[in-house]
Design a protein around this ligand. Structure first.
Ligand code: SF4
Length: 358
């Protein structure tokens, strides 16, 4: 099987799923034969649950085929884990990764589009068609870098969530002739939601119930148990509602002090997740740490502070190191594996010292 490389980047596209069906590939056989797509599927789910992305840490290891086939296997794994928070985190992570790729593709300049070095890119017409939005979205200007659109109000209401912030409420929009004006970034946000819903659709499904399904579940049992353990471990992170910036770990102090300049998305996600874990809301975060006060802050906080129980944990030290966000580690860092554990330890030590001084 030599799939269209675009399907490796967007495995939830209808044509990608059809390509997998046409190839008549049997997931149980992939699992029992130890196909690399299965290992990539494990990584896909683990990264989704732990780090909010399905991007591989070692992309050079995987072929387009591995990437494409890992998607249906990842769906099987998530169904077997069968925890609602896992399904939600997985769908959100697929959507977040697709959003980054779509944004890259749709904002690529002409030089990048011609380059043979870059992966194949999708255009907006293809994405709108994929989600049956072709007739619902109209471009209203020709400025390549500040694109503006109008979207049919029904499509807008179907995809936009008022919890994303007041700006998304219809009463705050200039509705005219059944259409809502939106900026290019807002259209990408709506497309991200369309991806999330498509990924979540049908999850979890019943894997068992047939001889092949039972065999598959048995073959993946160790992976499923590991994923459940990892999920539970993340949920056992210390629950602290004290806000004491002097006790923040060095990585967070560096990110929040703006030492790193404008924060790339992974760093903004990490720092916001850390602060949301302490119970802070978007307004407080924006006021106290201007480096996080960007157009995406409300949305990040909404996703991170999902009260349905699927809250993303702040990234671990290992993830911070992978993204180059582990800055200025000190002696305490050698005793912990997570910035929240660093913080819990530092707060406890301060409280003990204060108690001794009283
Ligand atoms: S080791 Fe962990 S807590 Fe310490 S600076 Fe690095 S990421 Fe932060």
């Amino acid at each position: 099987m030599r799939p269209d490389p675009l399907y490796a980047r967007y495995p939830f596209f209808r044509a990608a799923r059809e390509a997998v069906q046409r190839a008549d590939i049997s997931p149980p056989r992939l699992v029992t034969e130890g196909d690399p797509a299965v290992e990539r599927a494990r990584e896909r789910v683990e990264r989704a649950l732990m780090s909010g992305t399905v991007e591989s840490e070692t992309p050079e290891r995987w072929s387009d085929r591995d990437e494409l086939l890992s998607y249906p296997i990842a769906r099987i794994l998530v169904s077997l884990v069968d925890v609602r928070a896992a399904v939600e985190k997985y769908a959100e992570a697929e959507a977040a990764t697709a959003f980054d790729r779509l944004t890259d593709d749709l904002t690529a300049d002409d030089e990048a589009l011609r380059s043979v070095e870059t992966p194949p890119r999708v255009d907006l017409a293809t994405v709108l068609d994929e989600f049956d939005l072709t007739d619902a979205v109209t471009r209203v200007d020709d400025d390549r870098h500040r694109a503006r659109y109008r979207i049919d109000v029904d499509a807008y209401l179907r995809l936009a969530d008022p919890d994303w912030g007041d700006g998304w409420r219809l009463v705050n929009r200039d509705l005219a002739a059944g259409e809502v004006p939106i900026a290019g970034e807002e259209l990408h946000r709506l497309l991200r939601e369309a991806v999330r819903r498509r990924v979540a659709d049908g999850l979890p499904f019943d894997v068992r119930g047939s001889a092949a399904g039972d065999e598959l579940a048995a073959a993946l049992d160790a992976d499923v148990r590991t994923l459940r353990d990892r999920l539970a471990e993340r949920e056992r992170l210390p629950d602290i509602d004290t806000v004491a910036p002097a006790q923040f770990p060095p990585c967070m102090q560096a990110l929040l002090d703006g030492e790193q300049g404008d924060l790339p998305p992974h760093a903004a996600f990490a720092a916001t997740a850390f602060l949301v874990s302490l119970g802070l809301d978007a307004d407080t975060i924006a006021e106290r740490w201007p480096v996080l006060d960007d157009d995406h802050l409300d949305y990040r906080v909404t996703v991170l502070d999902d009260r349905s129980g699927s809250q993303y944990p702040a990234p671990s030290c290992a993830t911070m190191q992978t993204f180059g966000d582990c800055v200025n580690p000190d002696a305490r860092c050698e005793t912990i594996d997570h910035p929240l554990r660093y913080y819990a330890s530092a707060v406890a030590e301060r409280d003990t010292a204060d108690g001794a001084a009283d």
